[in-house]
Write a protein that binds this ligand. Structure first.
Ligand code: GLC
Ligand code: CA
Length: 560
């Protein structure tokens, strides 16, 4: 695999720093906590860590509102702690990528503090300012993700500024070359320090239609800004400039968060010839269970839709590259969402891991996924901390939804499901902190925790460890062509990965019942590499009786 770029052979582990491990008894996870847990991550076998934002921030949106791009937030430690983490991780051959949030800053950022003062200072054009309409109302009808209007009025300037997220997250003006320079400079600062790349927050939103037209009335208010700001006219130009100004000088990986971006657009972003990004976080599989309020619904996905989405992306990104994920800090836990969080919790966790990790692309594991964590049952809606969840609760109450329904959809979809502190053991607060944790620990910690799984050879942890090690061992997992089979089966997802010399057959059941399954005869013959029920070395025949949520990976050397 000598010539393959390192990030194509890697498995990324996402750390949500405030919820990983507290080291100084303030109830907030921190950099020394991550350092302490490096041996755990090394044992799991991951090659890259992605840290959610750790820069100085007032934490209106948990760090996605950056007040100073050159400082580590005190709650996480110091720049010395960060350098120590980087060095210790690198010593273990673990790379680190940072979150790059440059569509917007915090309103506390000095750039914004200056910008809002007047129309003619050095920073005046760092943000997107527009005059009110003649009647004093906002320049257009765009809503923001967290508020009804995406515009906020500032009396000092007599103008509105644009914020696609909270009003404390003003959007930067990417049309201004000085802004772009600032961004490239801060990127170089971190890369020169030794970081190995960036996860790039809402990166497809940088370029806005400059006439800022109203969005069509029928679009959902909190996302209608996509109309004038996703995949905008200068988007690719900006990213190519960034690659030229920054990335060309470093051996790094880039993954862009790509809301509202389809697979055809993704080809443009990820085609290596175009020099933009290595890969994207696409959202099509995250949209399969949306309802009236978007993500916050109790709709259940359909396997046929999931297969269609994955197959489309696997087949389309031939020159480009896929990122593979079930969840992250913005999404609920996959066991609850796509698996079975009750009777088949561990089996379905392993099955989902199998389905994803054997595909083509770079897999991402969100902390706790390797333990098979599930969504968190809070007693009260007031336990939710997340700005998005709070906003949705308010909106649903206004719309007259019952408390029971609101509770149910928050349980199913709130971002806080992923954000609870990491359960290290079954002691108080799951061993995350001995102080009051910044956010409630999931009550599951006594039954789902790292220590317990490390002591159990059949745990989800060790299964994930095996999935990760398979990727390092078999080239076909990295480069094999994807193809699905039995593609009308409503309960079982089967696919192959094939290169010149090898073939992988992957079979994943989404059924709570046993399933009689027929394998196309031309695929038979491989040897079992891994399963969540059977022991290895079995040969694949043409007929299987699958257990509930069974997952199977068969490997075959091809003779020509
Ligand atoms: C991205 C982040 C999310 C944040 C938003 C605004 O979607 O993943 O957590 O709220 O951008 O920065
Ligand atoms: Ca701490």
């Amino acid at each position: 695999m000598a010539n393959t770029q390192w990030w194509k052979k890697s498995v990324v582990y996402q750390i949500y720093p405030q919820s990983f491990q507290d080291s100084n008894h303030d109830g907030i996870g921190d950099l020394q906590g991550i350092i302490k847990k490096l041996p755990y991550l090394e044992k799991l076998g991951v090659n890259v860590l992605w840290l959610n934002p750790i820069y100085k921030s007032p934490q209106v949106d948990n760090g996605y509102d950056i007040a100073d791009y050159y400082q580590i937030d005190k709650r996480y430690g110091t720049i010395a702690d960060f350098k120590e983490l980087l060095q210790k991780a690198h010593n273990k051959n673990i790379r680190i990528i940072m979150d790059l949030v440059v569509n917007h800053t915090s309103d506390q950022n000095i750039w914004f503090q200056e910008s809002k003062k007047s129309r003619d200072n050095k920073y005046s054009d760092y943000y997107i300012w527009h005059d009110p309409k003649p009647d004093g109302t906002p320049p257009n009808n765009w809503g923001s993700t967290f508020t009804d209007s995406a515009w906020e009025f500032v009396p000092e300037r007599g103008q509105y500024y644009l914020h696609l997220f909270a009003k404390e997250q003003p959007d930067l003006n990417w049309e201004n070359p000085k802004v772009r320079k600032e961004v490239y400079q801060l990127m170089r600062y971190w890369l020169d320090l030794g970081v190995d790349g960036f996860r790039m927050d809402v990166i497809t939103l940088l370029s806005k239609l400059q006439d800022f037209p109203d969005a069509p009335k029928d679009l959902p208010i909190h996302k209608n800004y996509y109309f004038g700001s996703s995949n905008g006219p200068r988007e690719h130009e900006f990213l190519q400039e960034m690659a030229h100004e920054v990335f060309d000088d470093y051996d790094v990986m880039t993954v862009g968060e790509a809301a509202n971006t389809n697979s055809d657009q993704a080809i443009l972003y990820t085609d290596p010839k175009r020099h933009e990004l290595n890969m994207l976080f696409q959202f099509d599989h995250m949209h399969l269970d949306y309802g009236k309020y978007g993500k916050f619904s109790d709709v259940r996905f359909k396997l046929s839709d999931l297969r269609n989405v994955f197959t489309e992306w696997q087949n389309k990104l031939v020159n480009g590259w896929n990122s593979l994920y079930w969840s992250n800090h913005d999404q609920p836990r996959p066991t609850t969402r796509f698996g079975n969080e009750q009777q088949y919790l561990t089996q379905s966790a392993k099955m989902l891991g199998t389905l994803l990790h054997m595909m083509k692309g770079t897999p991402y594991i969100f902390q706790g996924e390797e333990l098979g964590m599930r969504n968190v049952k809070f007693n009260s809606l007031s336990d939710y901390q997340d700005i998005e969840t709070k906003q949705v609760i308010q909106e649903m109450r206004k719309a007259g939804e019952s408390e029971a329904y609101i509770k149910k959809v928050c349980y199913l979809k709130s971002r806080d499901n992923a954000r609870t502190p990491f359960p290290w053991n079954d002691s108080k607060n799951g061993g995350f902190t001995d102080a009051q944790p910044w956010m409630k620990v999931s009550p599951d910690y006594s039954i789902i925790n790292a220590q317990k799984e490390l002591n159990d050879p059949n745990s989800v942890f060790y299964y994930y460890q095996k999935l990760i090690s398979l990727r390092k061992k078999y080239q076909v997992i990295v480069d094999g062509k994807y193809q699905n089979f039995n593609s009308n089966d409503s309960a079982v997802y089967g696919y192959t990965r094939t290169n010149e010399n090898e073939r992988l057959v992957v079979i994943c059941s989404f059924s709570t019942n046993k399933v009689n399954y027929t394998v196309p005869y031309e695929l038979a013959g491989g040897q079992l590499l891994l399963s969540n029920y059977r022991s290895a070395h079995e040969k694949l025949g043409t007929h299987l009786i699958l257990e509930p949520y069974e997952a199977l990976i068969y490997y075959q050397k091809l003779t020509h």
